[in-house]
Design a protein around this ligand. Structure first.
Ligand code: G3P
Length: 230
């Protein structure tokens, strides 16, 4: 298979920035933001990954050397699947992995296993999202590469999962011993990251804390220092 961009290994602890459809993280601005992640990650020797929109993956992945994730993919193969996102196409565009079942792009539970099988076939790193501990445990039983817990009511707000629900992090880490647990929602400070990692999370998912920041470099630097201290 011909790949654009370099294949990047996902290492823990990792900070994954979900670009969603924020204007500050779309098109050429997605590339600028991804390059900023790469620069700060390199300076501090930490693991950052970016998750731009599918349309921007080729451009971003061909120009940065940090892991690039897709928002979503479909459990389809080559053929008659108009409008679907083919994992092979994502991989050829340079994606190293994908989120799946994000709160803003949920899929039926029954489809998750099929999607994970497709991801394994193409060698794709999967971060499957869950809205609570119960769902996270059900998803973990399907053996994704990581499970990400994001309480939906905290997404996009200023109260972080680390401050509002530290118990969900520690319980998840204890009750899901075999799959790395990532947490997200409302993460805005280095302290939020430190708490999550101290409780055993292997990574943090963030969006608005970076995409809506007046000075993303300053925020990413604070996040990098928090990851580094972990
Ligand atoms: O995927 C990450 C996301 O849902 C968290 O969003 O804006 O609360 O950091 P945000």
């Amino acid at each position: 298979m011909l790949y654009y961009g370099s294949m990047e290994e996902v290492k823990f602890p990792v900070l994954i920035t979900n670009f969603k459809t924020y204007e500050s993280a779309t098109g050429v601005r997605a590339l600028e933001l991804a390059k900023l992640h790469e620069e700060v990650a390199k300076e501090y020797g930490v693991n950052f990954a970016v998750c731009p929109q599918v349309m921007d993956i080729w451009m971003v992945a061909s120009q940065v050397k940090i892991p690039v994730f897709a928002h979503h993919f479909d459990a389809v193969t080559h053929g008659q699947f108009t409008g679907h996102i083919l994992p092979e196409a994502l991989k050829m565009a340079g994606a190293d992995g994908s989120l799946l079942n994000h709160a803003e792009k949920r899929i039926p539970f029954s489809q998750i296993a099929d999607s994970l099988n497709r991801a394994r076939e193409v060698g794709f790193f999967t971060v499957v999202c869950a809205r609570d501990l119960k769902e996270a445990k059900e998803i973990a039983a399907l053996n994704p590469d990581a499970v990400a817990i994001e309480p939906p009511e905290l997404i996009g707000g200023d109260i972080s999962v680390s401050s509002a629900s530290p118990d969900i992090i520690s319980k998840a880490v204890k009750e899901i011993p075999r799959v790395p647990v990532i947490v997200g929602a409302g993460v805005k400070t280095g302290e939020d990251i430190k708490i999550a990692l101290k409780l055993g999370a292997k990574g943090v998912l963030v969006a608005s804390g970076v995409t809506r920041a007046a000075d993303p470099r300053k925020v990413l630097t604070e996040f990098a220092k928090a990851l580094k201290g972990a």
